[in-house]
Design a protein around this ligand. Structure first.
Ligand code: TXA
Ligand code: MG
Length: 337
């Protein structure tokens, strides 16, 4: 299949691909998504094929506004509208009770569905013109780091999708926050662009699913099925070093061997001359670290490094999301200094 390279001038073509049952690479403010008409089961099947995604991992439905929620969800709690008011359009996905209209292939047979209203203007316009809810996982091959540019998505999807709309680099850089509103108290299933602190300020008590902070054992079933899979991982094994940034950088320097690569904060790059290196941004600029983390992990697949050491922010704010992605890339192989 020839994958069309589209821009903001080709949004009718893009919407047409969705309406015809095709697959479209879509820019969002978090990461690029692999979109299809969420009401067309055959189109949604093709998403799973293109990604090599396990069938038991449900997809998020992308809608243009909270007004569409009652079309696809029932028993919608007031908290959903409160969160939509504050954080939509934006990087927040809510898990709600689904209506029967939503195809089983979207929800992997669950009685709930993830709903998100994205903020990227091109994405919003594509959904508006297509006039259908768009089912879209991140646009990577299953297991690989999520794409934050059109070029990164094409590395995985060129020839497998009908087209991709280039909307520039993603402004947030990590996927949406997922909060389950079908349980009491609401539960954070995946940290992302909307922070746990922001959710607690809006809702009061919010629980954190254990899959956010530790490795799931065999036979455990996290509430977000996707959280149990090895994810975001480059080919070389990753070790995360947590702690005060200077001490973590010094630990890595002391343990570095030939053939190792490093992901570090900008200030510490001079400690690693000649070493394959990706900079995450300044240690104090966590939003910049979120924008760079997936490209940093992806970059090493084009090198011959045998191991990767990574510095990591602490769990405050969007740091929780950056740390979660790095920890998952490392299979929770974490050294605390
Ligand atoms: O920012 C994002 O959310 C991006 C962009 C493209 O919107 N999408 C994204 O989708 O990250 P994906 O498929 O890569 O991750 C969705 C996660 C998976 O871990 C999946 O298991 C979980 O959401 N999920 C989806 N529906 C669910 C449901 N009904 N209950 C629990 N978890 C659900
Ligand atoms: Mg994903």
């Amino acid at each position: 299949m020839n994958t069309l390279r589209l821009t903001g001038r080709d949004l009718d073509t893009a919407a047409d691909i969705l309406r015809r049952g095709g697959l479209l690479g879509i820019p969002t403010e978090t990461v690029y998504g692999l979109g299809a008409n969420g009401l067309d089961p055959a189109a949604v099947e093709h998403i799973f094929e293109a990604k090599g995604r396990p069938q038991d991992n449900p997809l998020i439905l992308h809608i243009p506004s909270a007004q569409w929620l009652p079309r696809y969800c029932e028993d919608i709690p007031p908290a959903a509208y409160l969160l939509a008011e504050q954080f939509w359009p934006g990087p927040l996905t809510m898990i709600l009770r689904r209506r029967d209209l939503v195809p089983d292939v979207v929800t992997a047979g669950l009685d709930t569905v993830g709903m998100r209203c994205p903020a990227h203007p091109l994405c919003r316009e594509i959904i508006h013109r297509a006039g259908v809810p768009v089912a879209a996982p991140s646009g990577n091959t299953s297991g690989r780091p999520s794409p934050t540019t059109a070029a990164a998505m094409l590395e995985d999807m060129d020839g497998k999708i009908d087209g991709i709309v280039d909307g520039g680099p993603c402004a947030v850089g990590v996927e949406s926050t997922i909060v389950d509103l079908t349980v009491t108290p609401p539960r954070l299933l995946r940290p992302g662009g909307v922070t746990l602190e922001q959710l607690r300020a809006a809702l009061g008590e919010v629980a954190v699913d254990s899959a956010v902070t530790r490795l799931m054992g065999a036979g455990e079933h996290p509430r977000a099925p996707g959280m149990k899979y090895r994810h975001y991982a480059p080919k070389a094994p990753v070790t995360v070093v947590k702690g005060p940034p200077a001490a973590a950088a010094e630990y890595i320097r002391a343990h570095l061997e030939p053939g190792d690569g490093v992901i570090c904060f900008d200030e510490y790059a001079p400690l690693f001359p000649g070493c394959p290196l990706e900079q995450l941004g300044p240690s104090t600029d966590v939003p910049e670290q979120a924008r760079r983390v997936f490209e940093a992990l992806r970059w090493f697949d084009g090198t011959r490094v045998k191991r990767i050491w990574a510095q990591c922010p602490d769990d405050e704010g969007i740091g929780l999301a950056v740390a979660n992605r790095l920890n998952k890339a490392a299979g929770f192989h974490i050294i605390q200094v």
